[in-house]
Write a protein that binds this ligand. Sequence first.
Ligand SMILES: [Zn+2]
Length: 354
Amino acid sequence: MRAKVRAHAVMKREQKSLRGRVGLLSSGRKFAGSGFGVSPRRRTIIAAMAALVLLPIEVSDAGWLSDVLKGSPKNAKPPKHVAPPKRAVLARPAASPKPHTVKLAALGPVAFNPYPLKPAATICDPAKFRIVLDVGHTAESEGAISARNVAEFVFNLRLAQRIEEKLKAEGFAETRLLLTEGKARASLVKRVAAANNLHANLFLSIHHDSVPDSFLEKWEFEGKKSHFSDRFSGYSVFVSRNNPDFKTSLAFAELVGTEMKAQGLQYARQYTQAIMGRYQHPLLNKETGVYSYDQLVVLRSTRMPAVLLEAGSIINRDEELKMDSAERRDIISSGVTAAVKVFCDSRWAILGPL
Ligand SMILES: [Zn+2]
């Protein structure tokens, strides 16, 4: 996600309620066997949640991810504290499930549950649960340029389309791909308005990462002067503490990060480093790679839980090749889909709060 777009860049290839807590069952493997056995994945998620609650949430500095993605003056101050979360409006409340008793002893350090205890009554119906998949940038303002001179927008679109396919295949029929036109800043307003008008239950913005210009090195690709930086790699997940439902946003971000990790991917660690200067961001969870980026318009102005995924670096020459592969798109889209399924899993209600 970069603000600066090189006008000379040429695309060489085909354009081509939740209720403030996280369900802890992973799709596909839940209820394996009989009873409420705890899967390794579940343990992972529990561990991630435990780590989350132990980490301090700091005040964010504005980041480099892109100035155009920020709608407020540069000297805008992030909040000193997190506002009390509101409940997300999910599809519809369903009949209260029968109360169940879960053998908590098997779940480990349940006392770390960062989410308040609430009645287990809301069930998310995948057929009605509306996810907006925001394709980062536009054809006109195409974001970062990869090491091989392909626009970030191209990567974002292909990945978002794959995620859409997988979600729909899993029954999330209301999934919407949000493609926006126009210049960068204006497109932000359109994205937010579209998501709000759609009454989305969840907003996920898809991007691919680059580096600040000072890190760029020169090379030549197919006879053309190009830029790269092999210094950093990895995915990262961002939330804004200014989102009206920050807590739910964070819960979903944690799920996405956990699933990315479960897919064998590593998160980008450079945002914690001093060399990033003003591009540093507070790392909210050192296990899952969830950072805060409070001033991002699409995260703070959306009236629903909102998360931004930097799927990987396209300025890193090796990682660009991976991000360009159908295999990597499958891995990431599977991870996102698994996260959404856990997020919207009616069986939370059966399990109740930890
Ligand atoms: Zn981007």
